[in-house]
Design a protein around this ligand. Structure first.
Ligand SMILES: Nc1ncnc2c1ncn2[C@@H]1O[C@H](COP(=O)(O)OP(=O)(O)OP(=O)(O)O)[C@@H](O)[C@H]1O
Length: 366
């Protein structure tokens, strides 16, 4: 086993007179870097798992190792404050009587290095320069969460645990703070376990996804291993999708469109609405299987702009028995189409067949 992994194994039962009780039973071997999303419906056990990882929830026979450091096993069970972790909650818990700067300095005291350079870098990354003399009550919800994230990073954690950090924010505030979470992902090496039940947030931020249901892990893997089949795991058929990191290669000012290349090694491109990005920009897009249809020939008389030749690669079951997920290969990219079983039969689709993928809509996630 290499050291750059997070291992988390917990079994726990909550008994309740009113309800049947809740059992958490997970055994995870996670990457030791990037953003790991814990995704699932309300009550699936995401927060309980995070609390077990943090040592806030007692779990006698648990195992927790982070990049070679043992936090809990048969012999060891470190208290939360000795685990080298930071926790960001839904509501930021800033010290109300202290300014932003004093809140940050308070966290810096807990850091091993206590480096002023680290403080300056994190203040710049979270854009807090103009807010340093403000008090928490003078900040918006989004600004408070930026301070909370900065404070969490300043302690130089080995693991950052974030429990729905955007849940208390309205849609506009969420959009404001998401770029900071992307910066955190690109500019720091701290692995983040990020709880969310928002598929868009997961598509935008996650490198790795753990899908939970009723205390169990239904699926765990890289974003694009899990996202296309999510309907099978948690009954979210509408959300089956793939995420592609595309590059903006051309603009068509006459029609206000941009052209993106699906990845570095393919010639396959899509046209999207121009939202002002520059040529060369990397854009993460999400293609939902429900927005992709299949035809046997190219329909030039269609209003659908994006029609690409594709190869039928596999058929995957859908939770809805009337539907099927078709895995399509476009050069070396995989996308999914969600069609009816009747269309599958009518078109006589078979693995290896050449078809046309018609992409009705594309979401730009970042
Ligand atoms: N201390 C406790 N005692 C008893 N039951 C608990 C306790 N903590 C959580 N539970 C139960 O465990 C289950 C999982 O809760 P948890 O908060 O982990 O879910 P979640 O996926 O994070 O949900 P949400 O998205 O709503 O926050 C729920 O049924 C909850 O009622």
């Amino acid at each position: 086993m290499t050291d750059s992994h997070i291992q988390a194994r917990f079994k726990l039962a909550f008994t309740s007179q009113a309800q049947q009780g809740f059992n958490l039973d997970v055994d995870l071997y996670l990457p030791g870097k990037g953003i790991i999303a814990l995704f699932g419906h309300s009550g699936s056990g995401k927060t309980t798992l995070l609390r077990c990882m943090a040592g806030l929830q007692n779990c006698d026979k648990g195992l927790m190792q982070v990049n070679g450091q043992v936090w809990q096993d048969g012999k060891t069970n470190l208290a939360t404050h000795k685990r080298g972790l930071s926790y960001v909650f839904q509501e930021s818990s800033l010290l109300a009587h202290l300014s932003v700067k004093a809140n940050l300095l308070y966290a810096l005291k807990r850091a091993k290095q206590r480096s002023a350079q680290n403080l300056a870098q994190i203040v710049a990354m979270m854009d807090l320069g103009d807010l340093l003399n403000h008090h928490p009550e003078q900040l918006s919800g989004g600004e408070r969460q930026r301070v909370a994230i900065a404070r969490a990073l300043l302690t130089e954690p080995s693991l950052l645990l974030m429990d729905e950090p955007l849940a208390s924010l309205d849609i506009n505030r969420k959009q404001e703070i998401l770029p900071y979470l992307e910066k955190l992902k690109h500019n720091t090496k701290v692995p983040v376990v990020y709880v969310s039940h928002d598929i868009n947030e997961v598509a935008r931020l996650a490198d790795y996804v753990v899908v939970m249901q009723q205390g169990k892990v239904m699926a765990a893997g890289d974003l694009n291993e899990v996202l296309p089949h999510i309907s099978l795991f948690v009954g979210m058929a509408e959300d089956a999708s793939v995420v592609l990191d595309t590059a903006l290669i051309a603009k068509d000012p006459e029609w206000n469109l941009i052209q993106v290349k699906l990845n570095q090694t393919t010639d396959a491109c899509l046209w999207l609405r121009d939202s002002g990005e520059a040529i060369g920009t990397t854009m993460r897009i999400r293609l939902q299987a429900k927005d992709v249809s299949i035809s046997l020939s190219e329909h030039q008389d269609s209003s659908i702009v994006n029609r690409l030749p594709a190869l039928v690669q596999a058929f995957k079951p859908d939770q809805d028995k009337a539907m099927v997920l078709v895995e399509l290969r476009l050069d070396d990219c995989i996308i999914m189409a969600r069609i009816t079983q009747r269309s599958l039969s009518h078109l006589k689709l078979e693995i290896g067949m050449q078809v046309w993928a018609q992409i009705k809509s594309v979401a730009i996630v970042s």
